[in-house]
Structure formats: structure tokens, C-alpha cells
Write a protein that binds this ligand. Structure first.
Ligand code: SF4
Length: 336
């Protein structure tokens, strides 16, 4: 919509990262997480090359190229919501590029450092821009409580009983950024999965791992770890996306507890708690080539009193041989 006109109901809105999706739903719009759209596509690797052919440098993170390529195939995604603070400068620049190409871009800023009042104002401004109100947005937040509680339960069945695998945990929680663009269907799918998972026998692997850092671009990481008798009982960022906080007062509270857009210290506290509660033996820190978040590796190793293996991915491919060998050696050490 040119200018600041509200969007008609049903319009698809692309998300470059997790933002207060309640405002999108309250406005009757359909959220589409562009990261998930990219990585779940069978041609994801070719899409990265396409973006490079269109002029993106080799030394730019593949997620940004994937998002751009995904959007170029989906003219039906009429607007894109970009976090111009709290994500990264690449996605901010991508927003400007898309605007230059004529795509409608809506900005959202997570305050840095976290600030309740500023965040409340940002959420209210986002709601107004999308053509809804903070009251409607809060109503959607209440509506989502049951689903978010179910996602918390699904997570518990991963680390307490092992009835949900690390891979399943990742898939369900990562999809909570946009609820697979169909809230009702996704809620039903989660509820049905939970019913089935509760009938499974508890299962415990020899080694319990936490996977921290941005979501890996490798698709086979969890399955390979299970072959080594190690399970991922903590998927840090997907769990953050699911926001299973029944005690939050309002949306500002909810999005202040979401650690991803702020400093590393909130993430460290979250990881420390997970290591203790989930009895984690070691952490796999996933880093993305050309991503500034690689710099957090050092502080993470210094602050967390647990073995850490850092791996790096570039393009959407299966695990390479060297990374597989390093994972195997790490799991061997933990098992010993
Ligand atoms: S992986 Fe890093 S550089 Fe790439 S989009 Fe995410 S935050 Fe930005």
C-alpha cells in the first residue's frame, strides 16, 4: 500500500525476523516468515546463487540472499516487515533495497537496551501502521495463550521425557514465528502432535546437547547427532520464538523476555537456566558465515561453564565431512 494506508485483510506480509506477530494477526493480515520460506524450499541452495547472480556479494550472509530470492518469486507478498533495530544491518539494508525496488516495507525497532516504555510505543505504532489497535493486538495475545502453552509442553516433552525429538522440537518451535501462515491449522497440528507424542515411550539418549546461536542452515544436524546417540534438548532461538510465558502481563512484557533482539547477556541467562534445568552436557554453538553474531562465541565460552563446540555453516547444504567429524569427536568426549 503506498504511503501509510492500512492494508486490506488477507494481505500476505513477509517477516525477516520475529516481530510482534500479534499485530499482524490482529490486522487480519497473513504473516509469512521469509527465513522459513527460503530454507524449506527444495531449491534453497540455487536461490542463494540466484541472489548472487542478481548482484549480492559472496561475502554476505546466505540467509539474506535467501530471503531476497524468496521474495523475488513471491510477488503476492505485498509488504515486508523489517526489524531495523534488533536484527542485523544486513536485513536493514535489505529492507532499503526492497523499498528501492518498489516493495512496501514496514519498519519495527526493538529498543536497545531493552526499554519497556519504548517497546510499548513501538508495538502501538506497528499496530496503527497495520490498521489495527493495541487493544485488538492484546486480544490476539490472549487468544494465543493456549497455543503457546502447548508449545511449552512440547518443549518439556523434549527435555524431560524425550518423547519429542530434537528435530521435531526445532520444526514446531521455529514455525511459531508465523504459525505457518495459518494459525488455526498450525494450532490443530500442534495439538494433534502433542496427543500422539504423549503416547510414545520415554526415550533418553546418552548425551544431552543444547543448540545455541541462530537457527542452523544445515538441515540434517539433529538426525546426525541422534545417530551418535546424542539429542538436542534445547533449541535456543526456536524456543525463544515460541514465547511460552503464561505469566506475562502484556505484549511489551512478552517481547522484553524475548532475548534475541537485545544484548548477549539476556541470552546467557537464558542459556544458564536451560543448562541447569535440562541437564545439558554440552553446547553446540552454530554460527553463520559473515554474521556479526559469530563474535559472541568468545563471551559464551568464557561465561558458560560447559563444553562448547562451535560450528559454522554458509549455504543450505547437508553437514560437510569436517563438521560431521568434529561433532562426532565432541559427542565422544562428552560420552566419555
Ligand atoms: S545470520 Fe546473522 S547476518 Fe544473517 S540475517 Fe541472521 S543476524 Fe543477519
Amino acid at each position: 500500500m503506498p504511503g501509510n494506508q492500512p492494508f486490506p485483510p488477507g494481505v500476505l506480509v513477509g517477516l525477516t525476523t520475529t516481530i510482534p506477530v500479534e499485530a499482524v494477526l490482529a490486522a487480519g493480515l497473513v504473516p509469512v516468515d521469509l527465513n522459513n520460506l527460503f530454507i524449506s524450499h527444495p531449491e534453497a541452495l540455487a536461490w542463494v546463487s540466484d541472489a548472487e547472480a542478481a548482484g549480492f556479494p559472496r561475502t554476505i550472509c546466505a540467509w539474506v540472499k535467501g530471503i531476497y530470492a524468496a521474495l523475488s518469486r513471491r510477488p503476492d507478498i505485498r509488504a515486508v516487515l523489517v526489524a531495523c533495530q534488533g536484527d542485523c544491518s544486513y536485513t536493514q539494508a535489505l529492507g532499503e533495497l526492497l523499498e528501492a525496488e518498489g516493495r512496501e516495507v514496514v519498519h519495527f525497532q526493538f529498543p536497545y537496551p531493552p526499554h519497556r516504555e519504548l517497546l510499548s510505543r513501538e508495538i502501538a505504532a506497528l499496530a496503527a501502521r497495520l490498521g489495527t489497535s493495541i487493544m485488538e493486538t492484546s486480544r490476539v495475545q490472549m487468544q494465543l495463550r493456549h497455543l503457546r502453552r502447548n508449545l511449552g509442553e512440547l518443549d518439556r516433552l523434549t527435555y524431560e521425557t524425550g518423547q519429542v525429538t530434537g528435530r521435531e522440537n526445532f520444526n514446531y518451535l521455529i514455525a511459531s514465528s508465523d504459525f505457518e501462515s495459518d494459525l488455526e491449522a498450525y494450532s490443530r497440528k500442534v495439538a494433534a502432535f502433542l496427543r500422539e507424542a504423549r503416547t510414545r515411550k520415554p526415550h533418553h539418549f546418552r548425551v544431552r546437547l543444547g543448540l545455541v546461536g541462530i537457527p542452523p542452515i544445515f538441515g540434517d544436524l539433529w538426525d546426525y547427532l541422534e545417530e551418535l546417540d546424542a539429542s538436542v534438548v534445547f533449541n535456543e532461538i526456536p524456543r525463544q520464538f515460541s514465547m511460552p510465558y503464561p505469566d506475562v502481563q502484556d505484549l511489551a512484557d512478552q517481547y522484553l523476555r524475548y532475548t534475541y533482539p537485545y544484548d548477549i547477556f539476556g541470552r546467557l541467562t537464558d542459556m544458564e537456566e536451560a543448562i541447569r534445568v535440562r541437564r545439558i552436557d554440552g553446547l553446540v554453538h552454530y554460527t553463520q558465515s559473515f554474521c556479526f553474531r559469530q563474535m559472541f562465541d568468545q563471551v559464551l565460552r568464557e561465561r558458560l561453564n560447559i563444553p562448547v563446540l562451535t560450528i559454522e555453516g554458509d549455504r543450505p547444504t547437508p553437514l560437510d565431512t569436517r563438521t560431521r567429524m568434529r561433532l562426532e569427536a565432541f559427542v565422544d568426549v562428552l560420552r566419555a
